[in-house]
Design a binder for this molecule. Structure first.
Ligand SMILES: Nc1ncnc2c1ncn2[C@@H]1O[C@H](COP(=O)(O)OP(=O)(O)O)[C@@H](O)[C@H]1O
Ligand SMILES: [Mg+2]
Length: 318
């Protein structure tokens, strides 16, 4: 259980809310649906010893490459390094996520999956490397600080769902969603109510709108958290082990909501141990270990990957 992590996430949310001008970590930009067709993906990785950024870069799905290069890139991480104190936990990671693509990240505990995901909306500040979201540079390199994008703007474009839901316990399901809409989107009460009701309906929870988190199952709470994030129209949704805190019988309903979201064309980056779901949904699958991307591949990865460590891990989970 990531108690410390979750406390930090809550602290972030609270601080964010107090500032009053930006939403929970699930920020958003005006609606502009992403293309449902995933563009080709480039993911590369290099080891801590490699100084250059371009070690491996493998294009996949070349048949769909009709658009100019970079046209549909939503998230691009290059050479991301992150240390906590003197311990480096990301050793130069490169990931590119295209519009409509569903990227799955998996690997052993402590391999850096959460840190990588949290880097995408700057909940963790990378020490080195480039972080571009929708063409805007937010990372330390190669951009001077004055020319980097605004982290608050970034968080409006990136929605995030955590293992522990992070709902406000004193607010109903509806209010948890409307609060975000009113603060981030500056919607009127009635407009926020209407949009929140639509969002709850989309996750099958409209009739639970007046219930408080303590009156909802874990699966229902996580569906509210997803509705809250999605109601803000993010350009990309990040999921950090969204079903890990759930009783097994509640996992399916959350995966069902995520499946529906994926089918709607939402760009998604998902850290999960639900490898059957990953196998079904992952356009690109990334195996991490010890702060590095050890192996990655397109659909079919879980059956075709030959990397011994990835195979061992997949075998231990599936
Ligand atoms: N805030 C932090 N302070 C110090 N170390 C951290 C912090 N967050 C993560 N770590 C360390 O970074 C490494 C990667 O952690 P994490 O990204 O949470 O891995 P995963 O999500 O794959 O389990 C671990 O060794 C973890 O202990
Ligand atoms: Mg984690």
């Amino acid at each position: 259980m990531g108690g410390t992590d979750e406390a930090r996430d809550h602290a972030h949310e609270d601080a964010t809310w107090r500032r009053g001008d930006v939403g929970v970590v699930a920020g958003a930009a005006p609606r502009e649906m992403m293309s449902a067709a995933p563009a080709p993906t480039l993911i590369s990785e290099h080891s801590p010893g490699n100084s250059g950024p371009a070690s491996v870069a493998t294009p996949v799905d070349e048949g769909q490459s009709a658009l100019p290069e970079g046209e549909h890139v939503v998230v691009e991480l290059q050479g991301i390094r992150k240390s906590f104190g003197s311990v480096e936990v990301l050793h130069g990671v490169d990931v590119t996520v295209h519009a409509g693509e569903h990227v799955v990240i998996f690997g052993p505990s402590g391999s850096g999956k959460s840190t990588l995901l949290r880097t995408i909306n700057l909940l963790e500040q990378p020490d080195e490397g480039s972080l571009r979201v929708l063409g805007v540079e937010y990372g330390p390199a190669p951009c001077p600080k004055a020319e980097r994008g605004n982290p608050l703007e970034l968080r409006r474009r990136v929605g995030m769902v955590f293992q522990q839901f992070n709902l406000f316990p004193h607010l109903s399901a509806l209010e948890n969603v409307t609060l975000a809409l009113r603060r981030v989107k500056r919607l009127s009460r009635s407009a926020a109510d209407e949009r929140a009701a639509e969002a709850l309906e989309s996750v099958g929870l409209l009739r639970w709108a007046a219930h408080y988190p303590s009156q909802l199952s874990g699966g229902q709470q996580q569906r509210v958290a997803i509705a809250r994030a999605v109601s803000l129209d993010p350009k990309v949704m990040l999921f950090d082990e969204p079903t890990s805190a759930l009783d097994p019988e509640l996992v399916g309903e959350v995966l069902g909501v995520m499946r529906k979201l994926a089918e709607s064309g939402m760009t998604m980056v998902i850290v999960t141990h639900e490898l059957n779901f990953a196998r079904e949904i992952g356009d690109m699958n990334v195996f991490m270990e010890d702060g590095e991307i050890v192996e990655f591949g397109p659909r079919g990865f879980f059956d075709e990957c030959t990397n011994a460590r990835a195979r061992e891990f997949i075998g231990s989970v599936l």
